[in-house]
Design a protein around this ligand. Sequence first.
Ligand SMILES: [Zn+2]
Length: 211
Amino acid sequence: MHRPIKSWENLPLPPEELERKKEKLQKLFAEVLTTLGFDWKNDPNMVDTPKRIAKMFLEFTEGNFTPMPSITVFDLSEMERDGVVGNIPVFVGPIEIKSLCSHHFLPIIGNVYFEYIPESKVLGLSKIPRIIKWLARRPIIQELFTRQVVKTFLEILNEVKGIAVYVKAKHMCMTVRGVNESNAYMVTEAFYGLYEENEELRANFLRKIKE
Ligand SMILES: [Zn+2]
C-alpha cells in the first residue's frame, strides 16, 4: 500500500498498483451491498455493480494518482523585450469540471473560467483545460480548489503578471439531499497579482464570463 495522502495531494501510482486498488475496492463495495441487505450476486442488474463503483471512484480520484498532464510553455521574453506583448489577458472558459465533494463523496459539476496575464511565458492553450480537469478529479472543497488552480499555474509559469479564476458549480450533496436545493450554484473566485490591485481587470474578466 502507498502512503495515505490528503484529498488535494497527488501521488502517481504505477498501473499494477491501481489495478490492486480496484480489486480491493470491488470487494469492499460488494460488502457494502451485502450490508445494505441486497442479494446482488443473483440480481442481473447488480451483479457487476461493485466492479462499476470501484471503477467510478478511481475515475473520480484520477487527479490524485496519475501524473499532471504535460505542459507546453512558450518563452516570450524576446518579444516582451521588444515591447510587443504588454499586458494582454488570456481568457479560457467555460472549462467543464466533474469532481467529488470531500464531505459527502457526491459529484460536483460545474464550470471554471481562467485568465492570466503572461510575463515571460505563455501556456499551450489546450493544456489549461487539461490541467484544470485533472485538478478537479479528486475530492475537493470548492473554495480550496479555486485557490489550488491559481497556485498550480503560478508554479507552472513561475513568472506571471496575474491570474484570475472563477468557479461556478452545482454540488449534488446540496441538490439531491439535505436542503434539496436543485437550482443553487456555488460561486468562488480567486485573484493573484495585477488582479488583486486592479479593479478594472477584475471587472473585465467577470464581464467575459457573463458574455
Ligand atoms: Zn458535500
